[in-house]
Design a protein around this ligand. Structure first.
Ligand code: HEM
Length: 426
């Protein structure tokens, strides 16, 4: 059996070059081999579509238990803070295996039933319209640019929209949105970044406050169920206390309120960016709205907001002919798999007419397949529809290079400046 060699190209996922554009590195790593061992993170890294998909499918050999662990181990200060507060890293769903996972997921599906999704659509539509209208009203007119008006699409739209939607789904009080967002903001740095000890301690404190909030919210819904996802779970508990415990409900909503937030913010920003920078793509959508679902799938494939996911080898095994010891952490390079020329023709090209973009692995695959995928896709589609109506002449504003969040997996620009002429109808 082969050994896992990194070959000539190092991974270095925290380097400036990688963060600015990971795809040249991901492409090189994938073509060097299906698996390599990364000394810096101490993980086996899987690069090709077939092997990543096979790992996702084989949930007996590959446990999901490490899916939420910080990729860089926590320092003593943060660990102590969490331990003192009695914070237990319990299973939510994405980091659970076996019967526990199946039970929790079965009940969670009520939150994504066609009925609940239908009830969310008008909320998504009115939030998108409200935010886009506000973006147009508040946009700035920079000096020296003829008639052009500018706004940061991240701050105005792709950041607030998914947070508002997931919080509404869970039944959080809209008045708490800013507070919740400030607690949630650094979670991706915690799980996928390299925060300093002080940053870790600060984020751990926010996580504890967030945790208390979720427990209090569950308790309120237990006392008086309403019409939201938390209450759906509470009703299941009230009918059959064995089905799901209140502590498990708190865990689920704690997990969901993160899962449905930065992932979708970045997906909206990445997709709009690619549509605006690819010659002809935006005007094709203006002319033919039936291409919107294809745009959403190609956004997910070409520039996924989740570049990396994790598993742990439950037993000694092999991937792509490379030996993997029992207990080894395995990193799946979804971004490299989504650009694998063994599956996608001319993979680095953003192409609205690709018929197989849906074969991307950005939502994972198998029994942990992203439960929020239909909602996330709905949000991007509604944003595109609304922007196309309101600003068919939208374009990227000239300016400095995009800057990305400093973490290994959750990829999206911190700011995305767009511009349009006058009233938005160029
Ligand atoms: C409304 C937004 C979203 C919600 C509510 C959501 C929720 C979830 C949940 C609950 C899981 C765990 C499922 C399980 O373990 O059975 C999950 C898994 C996952 N989600 Fe999402 N998600 C959202 C958006 C996204 C987006 C935009 C992406 C990436 C583009 C994404 C990527 C993933 C991945 C990679 C997994 C792991 C799949 C696996 O382990 O096989 N999610 N999501």
């Amino acid at each position: 059996m082969a050994t896992a060699q990194a070959g000539g190209c190092p991974f270095r996922p925290f380097s400036k070059t990688y963060l600015a554009d990971p795809y040249p590195t991901l492409n090189t790593l994938r073509e060097q081999g299906p698996v390599f061992f990364d000394d810096e993170l101490g993980v086996y890294v899987v690069t090709r579509h077939a092997e990543v998909e096979a790992v996702f499918h084989d949930h007996e050999t590959f446990s999901a238990a490490n899916a939420q662990d910080p990729i860089v181990p926590l320092g003593a200060q943060a660990l102590e803070l969490l331990a003192d507060a009695g914070f237990r890293r319990l299973k939510t769903m994405s980091n659970a295996d076996g019967e526990f996972h199946s039970r929790i997921r079965r009940h969670n599906q009520v939150g994504f039933s066609p009925r609940r999704l239908r009830s969310m659509e008008p909320i998504v539509r009115s939030s998108a319209t409200e935010l886009i209208d506000a973006m147009f009203t508040r946009a700035s007119r920079p000096d020296g640019v003829d008639g052009a008006v500018r706004a940061d699409l991240v701050a105005a739209l792709s950041y607030p929209l998914p947070a508002g939607i997931i919080f509404a789904l869970l039944g959080f009080d809209p008045e708490d949105t800013e507070l919740l967002k400030s607690w949630a903001g650094n979670r991706m740095l915690f799980s996928w970044g390299r925060p300093t000890d002080d940053e870790q301690a600060e984020i751990a404190g926010d996580m504890l406050r967030y945790w208390d909030y979720c427990e209090a919210h569950t308790a309120r819904r237990l006392a008086a169920p309403a019409d939201d996802f938390t209450s759906d779970l509470v009703r299941i508990h009230l009918e059959d206390p064995e089905a799901i415990a209140p502590a498990e409900i708190s865990h689920v909503i704690y997990g969901f309120s993160f899962a449905g937030h930065e992932t979708t913010t970045n997906l909206i920003s990445n997709t709009v960016r690619r549509l605006l920078e690819t010659p002809g793509a935006w005007s094709e959508l203006v002319a033919d709205r039936s291409l919107i679902p294809a745009a959403v799938d190609e956004g997910l494939r070409h520039d996924s907001s989740v570049l990396v996911w994790r598993r742990r080898a439950a037993v000694a095994t092999e991937i792509g002919g490379v030996a993997i010891p029992a207990g080894a952490a395995v990193v799946l390079l979804l971004g490299a798999a989504n650009h694998d020329p063994r599956v996608f023709a001319d993979p680095d090209r953003f192409d609205l007419h690709r018929t197989d973009a849906h074969r991307h692995l950005s939502f994972g695959w198998g029994k942990h397949y992203c439960l929020g995928a239909p909602l996330a896709k709905l949000e991007v589609a509604v944003v595109l529809e609304t922007l196309l109506d309101r600003a068919p002449g939208l374009r990227l504003a000239p300016g400095p290079q995009l800057a990305f969040h400093p973490n290994v997996s959750f990829r999206g620009p911190r700011e995305l400046w767009v511009e349009w002429d006058g009233d938005g109808r160029a």
